[in-house]
Design a binder for this molecule. Structure first.
Ligand SMILES: O=C(O)C1=C[C@@H](OP(=O)(O)O)[C@@H](O)[C@H](O)C1
Ligand SMILES: C=C(OP(=O)(O)O)C(=O)O
Length: 425
């Protein structure tokens, strides 16, 4: 297994241009593919999750041409008419590809099989499939009930009233919303239970609006979407920088001395994970906010007690910032960390303890007390890009650390360790 040794970093300084947002890249590619007409997508993320979406679209008969560094895509929309693929669609462990494609393919004519990595077969999808089946969708489990892989015979959804459980993942509602304009009639979606990761729904509604579809809702409880609509191509659409990827550099500047300018997200971002920078101000970081960039400097870091349900991905970074705070940190309301790339509550607790922290792993929270002494250890990354990236903060805090399987960052940020090195002293 490959390992990356990170020596203590004394200071971080310079400017980072963020890669495009994963959440925006995959939503935009799918709606551009469904639309009528051609869309040019700029600042597209080039990473495994996006490659899986692009691979699926190719098998569905969508023409996408990419520039040399794969950050500009020209998508020839097929106006909602996919071809039946010659093989199953392999979507790796990309939730933002698997869930939206499930709903969209249930709505358009054709026979489809959606498969993924072994971990994808452990990530629940029953709440989405239940809703699609209620609406008349033909979606079948190929192995275990409520989990991928799936077989879909698409094209016979009339719309109507449906409830969807929002307590495990917002991606199920995102998927249903994106597919609903393709149903024959209007759809009214009511959320059952609480809706987790709510800001991701704003990203969905924003992208749908860019492609010409308006959704109405009453404070995220009931959503109404008109049926028999077509998405409209967008001549040029720019993907914002990834706010979750920004979290590592916000944290790095806050922990180490120096100053980092982070270009690509700022006060005007549509991504909820920009909220991490607000949390870091509470922790003690000094941040200058601009519309599309941030400038971050170190402060005295104190422990905080936060509800992180709205920022599940960036909150992992807070768990490693906690190693350098002057008191305990509690991160709450994060049950769904358990159903992501790995069981992140268990994995983070285990690896933080290895470093020397005292950790309480609750069912839906984690409490971290900073180490009195840091251990020079190798961190297991569980094929989870965010574990690899957030544990780099140990080196940023001046302690050596080894990251096992650093290549797992390919899921969303293949160049992460090079970008970190470029601002490190
Ligand atoms: O819709 C999206 O783009 C995402 C939603 C979140 O998932 P959940 O809604 O499952 O928490 C987030 O963790 C994921 O990385 C991306
Ligand atoms: C949870 C994540 O990914 P996915 O889109 O596969 O859900 C993530 O990127 O942290």
């Amino acid at each position: 297994m490959e390992q990356l040794r990170l020596e203590p970093i004394k200071q971080v300084n310079g400017s980072v241009t963020l890669p495009g947002s994963k959440s925006l890249s995959n939503r935009i590619l799918l709606l551009a593919a469904l639309a009528k007409g051609s869309t040019v997508v700029e600042n597209l993320l080039d990473s495994d999750d996006i490659r899986h979406m692009l691979g699926a679209l190719k098998l569905l008969g969508v023409q996408v041409s990419l520039n040399d560094d794969k950050t500009v895509a020209t998508v020839q929309g097929v106006g909602g008419q996919f071809v039946t693929p010659s093989e199953p669609l392999f979507l790796g462990n990309a939730g933002t590809a698997y869930r939206p494609l499930t709903a969209v393919l249930a709505a358009v004519k054709g026979d489809y099989e959606l498969i993924g990595e072994p971990r994808m077969e452990e990530r629940p999808i029953g709440h989405l499939v239940d809703a699609l089946q209620t609406l008349g969708g033909d979606v079948e489990y190929l192995k275990n009930k409520d989990y991928p892989p799936l077989k879909i015979r698409g094209g016979n959804i009339n719309g109507g009233k449906v409830t969807i459980d929002g307590s495990i993942s917002s991606q199920f509602l995102t998927a249903l919303l994106m597919a609903a304009p393709l149903f024959n009639g209007d759809t009214e979606i009511t959320i059952k239970g609480t809706l987790v990761s709510k800001p991701y729904i704003d990203i969905t509604l924003d992208v749908m609006a860019r492609f010409g579809v308006t959704v109405t809702h009453d404070n995220y409880k009931t959503f109404t979407v008109k049926g028999a609509q077509q998405y409209q191509a967008v001549e040029r659409i720019m993907v914002e920088g990834d706010a979750s990827s920004a979290s590592y550099f916000v944290a790095a500047a806050a922990i180490a001395g120096g100053e980092i300018e982070i270009k690509g997200v700022g006060a005007k971002s549509v991504q909820g994970d920009i909220g991490f920078a607000k949390v870091m101000e509470q922790v003690g970081a000094k941040i200058d906010w601009y519309d599309e960039r941030l400038v971050v400097r170190k402060g005295t870091l104190k422990g905080v007690d936060i509800d992180a349900n709205a920022i599940p991905d960036a909150a992992m970074t807070l768990a490693t910032v906690a190693l350098f705070a002057d008191g305990p940190t509690a991160i709450r309301n994060i049950y769904n960390w358990r159903v992501k790339e790995t069981d992140r509550l268990y994995a983070m607790a285990t690896e933080l303890r290895k470093v020397g922290a005292e950790v309480v792993e609750g069912d839906d929270f984690i409490e971290i007390s900073p180490p009195t002494q840091f251990n020079d250890v190798a961190i297991d990354t569980y094929n989870d890009h965010r574990i690899a990236m957030c544990f780099a903060m140990v080196a940023v805090g001046g302690k050596p650390i080894t990251i096992n399987d650093p290549g797992c960052t390919h899921k969303t940020f293949p160049t992460f360790f090079n970008v970190l090195a470029s601002v490190s002293k």
